[in-house]
Design a protein around this ligand. Structure first.
Ligand SMILES: [Zn+2]
Length: 86
């Protein structure tokens, strides 16, 4: 299908992560991998602070159980609350 070929060459010439998209920088990679450690549902992201395409601070919220996980210094903390050492 010509359309699929066009898409493929596009993704070849453009690094998706280089595209500055406030909704898809870290999550385009990580959000596909990250799921709620408690119930394995998808996580939704709220960004508090970002630098370029890096998310420095924000909150991941589980779409299943509603648990929230902080992102601090660009690192998502996916430990369940009772395992966090704060
Ligand atoms: Zn969950």
């Amino acid at each position: 299908m010509p359309k699929a070929q066009a898409l493929r060459s596009e993704s070849f010439s453009l690094d998706a992560r280089a595209l500055r998209c406030t909704m898809c920088s870290m999550r385009s990679d990580l959000m596909e991998i990250l799921v709620c450690p408690l119930c394995k549902a998808e996580l939704s992201l709220a960004v508090d602070q970002e630098d370029g395409d890096e998310i420095l601070a924000g909150t991941l919220t589980c779409t299943g159980c509603g648990q929230t996980f902080p992102i601090e210094d660009g690192i998502p903390n996916l430990l369940p609350p009772d395992l966090r050492d704060e």
